[in-house]
Write a protein that binds this ligand. Structure first.
Ligand SMILES: *Cc1c(COP(=O)(O)O)cnc(C)c1O
Length: 372
C-alpha cells in the first residue's frame, strides 16, 4: 500500500510517479546548505551521478543545479560556445544552428549528418535521446561513432531529459561530452533539479574560453568550485541549493542504483514492448514509423480518426489516469502520450500500466458507443 494520498496515476512523459521514500524525503526537516550533514548528502549525490551516467573518468564533471531540464541547455550554450561562434550554436544566444529534420516519427539519418559534419567544423552537435513530443529514440552510439570518424573535435551533447534512468546511455563508452537531464523524468524525483555530466574534453573547451560565459547563474565558472567542494564533502556557497530536493534525489538515486542499470533498462524495454503490443492489439498506431525508432520510456499514440485529445483525456482522468496530449504542432490534435518510466515500470505490483491500458480501452469504447 502506498503511503501517498489517493491520486490519479500520473503517466505523462514527466513529471512521473515517485516512490514513497522519495516523497518522504521531500518533507525532510530544514537543514543549512553549508552544514556538514547536508554537505555529505549533496556530495554523495554528485558521486552517485557518476554511476547513473556510467562514467569512470574522475575528470568528468557532474553539475546539480536548481532549475528544470531546460537550464541544461542554457548551461551548455553559455559555457561551451563563445560569442564569435554563436552562429554555430543556439539561436537564443544569437545563433543560427543548422537543424537536420526528419519526417514525423523518424529521425535524421547518418549519411545526412555525415554530410553536414563534413561541410564545416561544428563546435557541438546536439541530439535529443528520446524526443518527448513524438516518442522517437535516437541511436547515440552510431552517432558517436560517426562523429569520432569525421569530426572528432565536435562536442556530442545529448539531451537525455526523457531518457536518463530509463534508456541505455553510457557516458564513457559513447564518448558523450555533455549529457543533461532533469530530476522529474525517468529518475523519479519531483521537478526542480537540472542534472548534467560534462566530459573532461568539454571542461577543457570551457577552461580555454577567451571570453567569460554569457550568463551569471548558468556559469560553470561559478558552479565548478561548488560542485568540486561538495563532492569532496566541503561546504561551499554560490547560490542556495534546494535542500529537500537534493535529499529526494539522493533517495531516488539510491533506489535506482540498488540494482544494475542493465536490469533497469531491460525492465523499461519489457514494459514498453508490452504497452506497444497491447496498443497494436487495440488497433492503435504509434508515431514512430519503425519499432526500432521507438522510445522505451514513453509511447506516442495516434487516436482513431476524428477523435481528439480533449475528448479522450477526461475519460481517462475519470478512471484515475493522467496521459498527456500531443505536442508536435503539426499533429498535436491527433495523438496522446503515455509515459511509462520509473516506478510505474519498475514496480509491476503497482498495476499502473494495466490500469492505464484498461482505462484507454474503456475510454475508446465509450466514445465508440456515444457515436452510435
Ligand atoms: C521535458 C524535456 C525537456 C524540458 O525539461 P523541463 O524540465 O521541462 O525544462 C527538454 N528535453 C526533453 C527531451 C524533455 O523530455
Amino acid at each position: 500500500m502506498s503511503a501517498q494520498p489517493p491520486h490519479p496515476t500520473l503517466l505523462i512523459p514527466g513529471p512521473i510517479e515517485i516512490s514513497d521514500e522519495v516523497s518522504q524525503s521531500m518533507s525532510h526537516y530544514a537543514q543549512s546548505h553549508v552544514g556538514q550533514p547536508f554537505v555529505n548528502v549533496f556530495g554523495e549525490t554528485l558521486t552517485m551521478l557518476r554511476d547513473l551516467f556510467q562514467t569512470k573518468n574522475p575528470n568528468s564533471q557532474p553539475f546539480l543545479i536548481a532549475g528544470s531540464g531546460t537550464l541544461g541547455w542554457d548551461l551548455t550554450a553559455a559555457n561551451l560556445v563563445e560569442p564569435d561562434s554563436f552562429a554555430e550554436c543556439f539561436s537564443i544566444y544569437g545563433a543560427k544552428p543548422k537543424q537536420l529534420k526528419a519526417p514525423i516519427g523518424d529521425r535524421p539519418q547518418l549519411p545526412e549528418i555525415e554530410a553536414a559534419l563534413k561541410e564545416k567544423k561544428y563546435k557541438a552537435i546536439t541530439v535529443t535521446h528520446v524526443d518527448t513530443s513524438t516518442g522517437v529514440l535516437s541511436q547515440i552510439q552510431a552517432l558517436s561513432d560517426l562523429i569520432q570518424k569525421v569530426s572528432p573535435e565536435t562536442l556530442l551533447v545529448v539531451d537525455g531529459v526523457c531518457s536518463v534512468g530509463g534508456e541505455e546511455l553510457h557516458f564513457d563508452n559513447m564518448a558523450i561530452d555533455v549529457a543533461l537531464t532533469a530530476s522529474q523524468k525517468a529518475i523519479g524525483c519531483p521537478p526542480g533539479l537540472s542534472i548534467m555530466m560534462v566530459s573532461e574534453k568539454a571542461m577543457d573547451v570551457f577552461k580555454s574560453r577567451k571570453s567569460p560565459p554569457g550568463s551569471y547563474y548558468a556559469s560553470f565558472k561559478n558552479w565548478l568550485p561548488i560542485m568540486q567542494n561538495y563532492e569532496a564533502k566541503k561546504p561551499s556557497y554560490f547560490a542556495t541549493p534546494p535542500t529537500q530536493l537534493v535529499q529526494a534525489l539522493n533517495t531516488a538515486l539510491k533506489q535506482l542504483l540498488s540494482q544494475p542499470l542493465e536490469k533497469r533498462f531491460a525492465q523499461h524495454h519489457k514494459i514498453s514492448k508490452y504497452v506497444k503490443d497491447e496498443l497494436t492489439k487495440m488497433g492503435l498506431k504509434q508515431l514512430p514509423t519503425d519499432p526500432n525508432n521507438a522510445a522505451n520510456t514513453m509511447t506516442a499514440i495516434y487516436l482513431p480518426e476524428g477523435l481528439t485529445p480533449p475528448e479522450i483525456l477526461p475519460k481517462l482522468m475519470a478512471q484515475g489516469v493522467v496521459f498527456a496530449g500531443g505536442l508536435h504542432k503539426e499533429i498535436a490534435a491527433k495523438y496522446i502520450r503515455f509515459g511509462h518510466m520509473g516506478v510505474s515500470s519498475m514496480d509491476e505490483a503497482r498495476g499502473d500500466i494495466d490500469k492505464a491500458l484498461n482505462a484507454l480501452k474503456q475510454g475508446l469504447a465509450e466514445v465508440e458507443k456515444a457515436k452510435k
